[in-house]
Design a protein around this ligand. Sequence first.
Ligand SMILES: [Zn+2]
Ligand SMILES: [Zn+2]
Length: 386
Amino acid sequence: MTTHVPPDLAARLVALRHDLHAFPELAFEEIRTADVVARELAALGLKVTTGLAGTGVVGTLHRGGGPAIGLRADMDALPILEASGVAYASRTPGTMHACGHDGHVAMLLGAAHLLAADRDFTGTVHFIFQPAEECAGGGRRMVEDGLFTAFPCKSVWGLHNWPGLPLGTLATRPGPIMASMDTFEIRVRGAGTHAAMPHLGIDPCTAAAEIVLALQTIVSRRLSPLAPAVVSVTQMHGGDAWNVVPDLVTLRGTVRCLGETERRTIADLMARMVPGIAASHGAQAELDYFEGYPATVNWADAVPVALAAGAHVPAITRRVGDVEPSMAAEDFAYMLQACPGAYVWLGVDGARPSKPLHNPAYDFNDDALAIGPAYWAALARQALAA
Ligand SMILES: [Zn+2]
Ligand SMILES: [Zn+2]
């Protein structure tokens, strides 16, 4: 069967999305958003569970026996000062829906509308609204708080709007689709001195500069050229004067990998290189390496299911099963570690291309609200039948 979003539902979702956009909430603070979600789900007659992982909400549509699946949307906004210029722009200066999670919430609520209204639908769908996708690991906390124990799922599915892909495009791939995300801090300690008498101290600046460059040789010289990885030093802090060699330089940055082997290798090499290079300058360096999200890895068997569902949605005009992965990260990774499933991208470039995610002028393309809910509904049917 084909699935459409009726125009009156699409219009309702646009209004709902604009309301969420005007009242964005940061990670684990999605109280108003969770209330909106819970009220909408309850009005559809779904069983609603609130408070999972703090502000998480799960709505369950239960029709007849058989298996259950999970569909997941994220709810949080970002600490960005909005510059979109839209009438429904954020009323909380410095907080903004710049990743389209307002659209994700609206699309998943739209799917709940479609499936709840479908009298022929049988099966159980858990509509999972998670907090804190942006760096704070709400997806991890949901899994740790027993998401899949309280709501057993034979498969779980995630979706992100994707600037750079045209509207009507569905894209995914087997294996890693998004990278792991680790962060690090390096403190290079020397001995401060007069800048005109460098030999009387130990310069942490030159040691730090060499560390920055040496870290770039990990990816280029120590990993296979066929293994995608990124080591980025994004902060260098040190010194306050023109004529003083400082005591301390602090470096910070991030590591992204698609494979767990590369991730281990990079962490290991950094732990050996950093103190070694500092020592060769007579300085000392400490490395703190923080493990963040793992790579988001699609289950190979799930990808054909996700693609097949797109064939039932006339608004989806292009299906890509081997899209290039992104080196950004996504905490849906934790759900895919706990349960089979896949993560897909839905194109949002209209006549004008979308601004990039996390850009202060970004705004979710409302035209996707007439596509996403239909895709979710088709995917639920496809996944339950798989
Ligand atoms: Zn984001
Ligand atoms: Zn996002």
